[in-house]
Design a protein around this ligand. Structure first.
Ligand SMILES: CC(C)(COP(=O)(O)OP(=O)(O)OC[C@H]1O[C@@H](n2cnc3c(N)ncnc32)[C@H](O)[C@@H]1OP(=O)(O)O)[C@@H](O)C(=O)NCCC(=O)NCCS
Length: 202
């Protein structure tokens, strides 16, 4: 079992992040993990890269990078709904929305050569610890159902596998697409890492 380390995306880790994105053809042909940010997509790959670098320089992105040795192999992005306004299925999401969460998990990605070896698990676990250190609160993710569905390649699990979030204590809140759910977890501000009050909300 590989032991991973994690670091936040920041000016001093930008080159590691960029190398991972470049090794994966820009991610979906050049989104550079901009889809959840306020600017969204719609530009060229170069424009997305420049926008992501600006967020990194200005400290307007929260993103955990997972390292195998000194190589970044995956990431998980998090932030407030204002920082990450563009989720998939926004109309269905808003229809039964009662209260926005304090935190949301945005883009999750593992390099294509590193999948199914615990990278995403390490990334989301580290994100929950980062959130705990920032005072905790309700966290939402929008993963893809994998149980009672024919097997899917990781590449098609755009918002991550629901089973991973369930393992980490998230519970279903509501369905927003045929195979996509809003899942929620309340992270406490205290307690040792990994035991951050995984109280199910519903
Ligand atoms: C989905 C994705 C993040 C999973 O990353 P990963 O590092 O391979 O995941 P992990 O090895 O940490 O797996 C953790 C858990 O997720 C689940 N899981 C992972 N891949 C799965 C798959 N293909 N099918 C079903 N469940 C899966 C399992 O429950 C697994 O737990 P287990 O190992 O105990 O069985 C990865 O496949 C990926 O990056 N896909 C593309 C996502 C994408 O497009 N992101 C950009 C969005 S714009």
């Amino acid at each position: 079992m590989t032991t991973y380390t994690t670091r936040l995306l920041a000016p001093d880790t930008w080159d590691d992040f960029a190398a991972l994105v470049e090794a994966n053809n820009g991610v979906w042909g050049g989104c550079w993990c901009m889809g959840f940010h306020p600017e969204g997509l719609g530009g060229t790959s170069e424009e997305h890269r420049a926008a992501k670098e600006k967020h990194t320089r200005e400290g307007t992105v929260h993103q955990v990078l997972v390292y195998d040795g000194d190589q970044a192999v995956g990431w998980c992005q998090f932030g407030s709904p204002a920082e990450l306004p563009h989720i998939k299925n926004p109309k269905a999401y808003e229809k039964d929305l009662e209260e926005l969460p304090r935190w949301r998990i945005g883009c999750i990605f593992t390099g294509s050569k590193h999948r199914e070896r615990g990278v995403a698990r390490a990334a989301v676990t580290a994100v929950l610890e980062e959130i705990r250190q920032r005072g905790g609160g309700v966290v939402e993710a929008y993963p893809e159902q994998v149980v009672d569905r024919k097997p899917q390649r990781g590449a098609y699990l755009h918002t991550g596998p629901e089973s991973l979030y369930e393992d980490l204590g998230f519970a279903r809140d509501r369905q927003i697409a045929k195979w996509r759910w809003v899942v929620r977890l309340e992270v406490g501000a205290f307690g040792p890492p990994g035991q951050s009050d995984p109280r199910r909300l519903r």
